[in-house]
Design a protein around this ligand. Structure first.
Ligand SMILES: [Fe+2]
Length: 262
């Protein structure tokens, strides 16, 4: 019985880590699960240098902004820890720093996902299961892209994230307000697009549509497909709330395959 409980615990932990993307920011959580936690480290994204449609000045400014989120996340965690030790967890200061943590932390993580899903010359293999999943969900890759672009064209400041709900096989393009509002629980981010003004105004002024075209010309589909594969693999090993025993022995419910994208 104890062994069974331990097995379930490991599976749940692995899935939680996979969905939150918490293995980024210079911390390999999987290999440090039993080690003392350390400060987050800003990651490097050398593959984005020289991307067509993105000036070097814009990219360097954007990376500096990302580094600020890493710094502020570490600072907030440190301050919150200090307040907790001092018995001030019920203070107004503690509550406001907690609210701020979601903004800075997600600002850090979303930028890492964004920069990592940018690279030149990495198209989606039409035979990859992700290509099938897109067609199964939207009818065609063109319709999925239309939905993604329309979401990105919404007025406001934030992100577009194509999320995979691993137990239903649903792909949904979500609008994320600022950094922390509207994330779907239990889903995995596959493709992340920054539509804050700093991501494009220097190069495209107010023409967000032209920026989004440049983004689509530089999607690192190898990375996006790898995120899909990791999520599906984790879901296959994880019980569903409805039928834990059944889920342990069967793959997660994915849509039936249809013809490949051309
Ligand atoms: Fe950004």
């Amino acid at each position: 019985m104890l062994r069974k409980l331990w097995s379930w615990s490991v599976v749940f932990l692995a899935l939680a880590l996979a969905f939150t993307g918490c293995g980024n920011s210079g911390q390999g959580v999987g290999s440090h699960a039993s080690a003392p936690v350390t400060a987050y480290q800003a990651m490097e994204f050398k593959q984005i240098t020289g991307l067509q449609g993105f000036s070097e000045v814009l990219l360097q400014n954007h990376l500096k902004l990302y580094q600020g989120y890493v710094k502020n996340t570490n600072l907030l965690l440190q301050q919150l820890g200090g307040l907790l030790k001092d018995g001030k967890a019920g203070s107004v200061e503690y509550a406001e720093l907690k609210r701020r943590l979601g903004f800075e932390f997600n600002g850090m993580k979303l930028h890492e996902l964004y920069f990592a899903n940018l690279a030149a010359g990495k198209s989606l293999n039409s035979r990859h299961p992700l290509a099938n999943a897109i067609i199964n969900n939207f009818g065609s890759t063109e319709m999925w892209q239309k939905d993604f672009i329309a979401t990105g064209a919404m007025r406001g400041t934030g992100w577009v994230v194509c999320y995979l709900d691993p137990h239903s096989g649903r792909l949904i393009n979500f609008w994320i307000n600022e950094h922390e509002v509207n994330h779907p629980a239990g889903c995995a981010p596959l493709l992340v697009m920054d539509v804050w003004e700093h991501a494009y105004m220097l190069d495209y002024q107010l023409d967000r549509a032209q920026y989004m075209q440049a983004f689509f010309n530089n999607i690192n589909w190898d990375e996006v497909a790898a995120r899909y594969d990791r999520t599906v693999a984790a879901a296959h090993a994880t019980p569903t709330p409805e039928s834990p025993e059944k889920a342990a022995n069967e793959p997660a419910a994915m849509p039936a395959e249809k013809p490949h994208a051309s």
